[in-house]
Design a protein around this ligand. Sequence first.
Ligand code: MN
Length: 758
Amino acid sequence: MMRQYELVERVARYNPHTDEHLLNRAYVYAMKAHGSQTRASGDPYFSHPLEVAAILTNLRLDDATIVAALLHDTIEDTDTTRDEIDRLFGPEIGALVEGLTKIKKLDLVSKRAAQAENLRKLLLAIADDVRVLLVKLADRLHNMRTLQYVPEDKRARIAEETLDIYAPLAGGMGMHWMREELEDLAFQVLQPDAYRVISTQLAERRDESAKVISEIALALREKIGAAGIQAEISGREKRPYSVWSKMERKAVSFEQLSDIYAFRVIVENVADCYRTLGIVHMTWSMVPGRFKDYISTPKQNDYRSLHTTVLGPGHQRVELQVRTREMHEIAEYGVAAHVIYKENVSDSVKSGNGVRKDRLASIDSNAYRWLKQLVDMLAEGDTPEEFLEHTKLQLYQDQVFCFTPKGRVISLPRGANAIDFAYAVHTDVGNNAIGCKINGRLEPLISQLSNGDEVEVLTAKNQVPPAAWESLVMTGKARQSIRRAARTQIRTQYAGLGRKMLERSFARISRTYSDEKLTAVLARLGQSNVEDALSAVGRGEIPASDVIKAVYPDHRDERARDKASTGGTTRNEEGWFGLRRAMGLKFRLPGRASRESKLAAEKSEAGPGAIPIRGLHGDLPVQFAPKGGAVPGDRIVGIMMPGEAITIYPIQSPELKQFDEHPERWLDVRWDIDPDDPERFPAVIAVRALNEPGSLAEIAQIIGEQDANIDTVTMTMRAPDFTEMEIALEVWDLKHLNRIMALLRSAAVVNAVWRVNG
Ligand code: MN
């Protein structure tokens, strides 16, 4: 624990006018007041206010602030009263300590209305005197640094509040280092795995890139020094949380971020900032769109610097911040820097009277003005919700805050949609999301969310998120979960297909497939488990015949001779022979099956061993041919494309011709429609109609009355007398489709109707 004289020495080092007697009295008073109280860590309680005071000496704050820090927990946790503090230390310090006491119990991660009200109280208390906020932030920083001693169930809440409220406030006040430290400490608690991964990677990169960094620094030093500019050049460390939030916000990978080297150049005056920039831009090519001049246009929190990115000596991306010493101080200490600058200007002002307040009120700081603005808004009598919306809007420029129906706040990067929201609530909620209500109205899941939206996610069990979502979401968490769910589903689907294929192959040689048999030969197949092996068969990576050969090494496959004599490829002889037998084409050579012969076989039913197809949402990896798929009732074939879903074609589709030379891809499939759970299937028809007003409407009406969905209508020809169009439909089955086509033909405006690809 820091000794009394050490604290006084630290203050005296930057403030020659410090009132040592005042500091000493406060030290002794607080130590006695807290007495034998201990912290969760077992340390004497007094170590906490002392550490908070020490943090504030790093910010070089005035005596009143340091004393308030020492006393900040006395009213709340000991017998001390405001009156007593006023009497012993003066009303200025009394007001600071009371302000800190007021905000101590505010719960900032509670329900929406209560949260808004609490945030409002917090801002009111700190806007009275910005030093309240400075002590509060130092208090929170020390509590976060010692969070490991707090019971685990309380940590997340404190960390969440830190990340949501205090870190942005520190940033808003321009105290950059504090914001970063608060963020990293909270991140470590809230997402320990992500924190570990990123900091480990950063540490590895640090060693790797040390050489590159010193090379770049050397090159910079040479070029800038040659122009006679005095400059201090240092590499900047990347912080785990800022890396993580960039990965989330900008959807970039760690690799993309880690190839960027960041440097800070501190020069003597503003003119040198621009000269340095000129030299850098003349020496290396700049990356367009990355130059920012925060000197001519400072940020809201008084931050000033020049930012640019160039392709450095070894063509790495080099990020530069160029600033003067004074700008650097403000970037680090923010509002606190202003407090101390004023202190030096009017160093005769003693603490403990009203003069101090005027001085603080006149702080020429954008950050402080910003805080004042927030508070002025309170006076306008907004409802707490509106207030929260305004405030949060300003506090978190890059974030939107939304609410669950129970009032939990979900913070998301700007541009996030309801899918991101669902995954932020819980991975299962995201995976099972089927729709959402935003502020009570049904809206598409891809709707972008705005500040203050209340989002209710509608879920259904056993859903699989569509793969297309991956490109629609903003947050890394959502993207990762969607990818993982898709991978799992595809693997399961292929394993299911593989199992069916093996069951058939075993049946054909009058054996029964079992997982035990497959397990016994896993090593020979080079697979580590049954699921992987089945999935490999389903994907066509392992022919079913190889599994048979592995299980029954003595079994002689007569078809193997067939294959040898024709020399055909038999990557998936399984599918090919199944199909041929189903079509009565036993003796045709692979690769020679013509479309005519298939048509001839059209009437024959698929073999009993054909793979059953349920539809798009069944348990197999299936898709329908892009232009005019098959509908139940059509004779169908499946085409296997390695690594892709099986594509189902109607057997008469001219598109199939392209696969004539690849018999190994053909798969014998049959419909297996569940009458209790019917599904619509895509089909395309072409219609030639009279080119007159109302004909399209009539066609649409006929289709609509028949309970079919129209997906798209594409005009393919338009002549003065006739138009031709292709209509993509969703129908129940072939009968349904034929009925629609017949009704269309009977319409007066329709000249002809035919099916595309079917
Ligand atoms: Mn405290």
